[in-house]
Design a protein around this ligand. Structure first.
Ligand SMILES: C[S@@+](CC[C@H](N)C(=O)[O-])C[C@H]1O[C@@H](n2cnc3c(N)ncnc32)[C@H](O)[C@@H]1O
Length: 267
């Protein structure tokens, strides 16, 4: 059986929705090693240094809830949204009615309220395939900020596209194989759109139980992100780079760090 995902047309958001509808059942297994307590534990002091107040968080592209659970545990009131209903269903199974969850495309974000902190984590914005789409998303996030509120998001660096998106990674959990097959090359150019193919064995294994889908992400260089932040009526107050250890570094080195994290507020 040919398990390669068929190439289909569509905007970045359509690609993302298809990818996460397919990935949802195994997302938490595939990302089990992502340590949000460590990551957010390093970022929250920086947000406080920039004046973070209050206790209301909007998590955009919340997925299965991994990015907001540490804030619920800290007593924050959380509202969250994602483009994938299946990812949200898994978030709901973890939180019941504690978190209002909505299906929403971040390019056309509704105003859910006034939030002290709006964030969009774990390269969710890299699924937007143009600067224009990123600008629309950031404008929508800005519209959800309370006075003095902060916005934080991360993007994958060039190093991530030249490594993780160019390599094969196998994760075996719950008795099945999950395979990430990066299609990029080690000399990806800045701003390029990159693909990875993902295959998941059904429980019990066997070729007939393999499902496949495609992840499509665009690299956004630091300078371009800074311009888009400004164009969305925001002021960038800090940028950090970090590797898999989540230790925040400045200045960002796109050839060394895996992620860049941008903190901004209304201009
Ligand atoms: C890598 S996951 C991160 C999920 C979660 N923030 C976390 O840290 O586990 C990226 C998420 O972004 C969502 N996403 C991608 N494009 C989106 C869009 N245009 N609007 C809303 N959500 C989107 C996906 O459905 C997926 O749940």
């Amino acid at each position: 059986m040919d398990t390669r995902a068929a190439v289909q047309p569509g905007t970045g958001s359509e690609w993302a929705e298809r990818a996460y509808e397919a990935l949802a059942p195994v997302y938490d297994d595939f990302t089990a090693h992502h340590d949000y307590e460590l990551w957010l534990g390093n970022l929250l002091p920086e947000l406080r240094r920039h004046g973070l107040r209050g206790h209301r968080l909007l998590d955009v592209g919340c997925g299965t809830g991994k990015s907001f659970l540490p804030m619920l545990e800290r007593g924050w009131e959380v509202t969250a949204c994602d483009i994938s209903p299946s990812m949200l269903e898994l978030a709901r199974a973890k939180t019941g009615d504690a978190v209002p969850l909505s299906v929403a495309d971040m390019r056309e974000l509704p105003v859910f309220g006034e939030f002290n902190l709006v964030w969009c984590l774990d390269d969710a914005v890299n699924y937007l395939l143009s600067g224009e789409e990123l600008g629309e998303a950031l404008s929508g996030m800005r519209a959800n900020l309370a006075p003095g509120g902060l916005l934080m998001f991360d993007v994958n660096t060039l190093n991530s596209y030249r490594s993780f998106f160019a390599e094969t990674e196998l994760v075996e959990r719950g008795g099945r194989k999950l395979v990430w097959k990066g299609q990029a090359s080690a000399d990806v150019e800045p701003g390029a759109i990159n693909e990875a193919h993902f295959e998941a064995e059904a429980p019990g294994g066997g070729d007939s139980g393999v499902t496949a889908h495609v992840h499509r992400q665009r690299h956004f260089p630091e300078g371009e992100v800074r311009e888009i932040i400004e164009g969305a009526g925001l002021e960038c107050v800090d940028v950090f780079g970090h590797g898999y250890d989540a230790v925040l570094k400045q200045p960002v080195d796109e050839l060394v760090h895996n992620k860049m994290v941008f903190i901004s507020r209304r201009a």
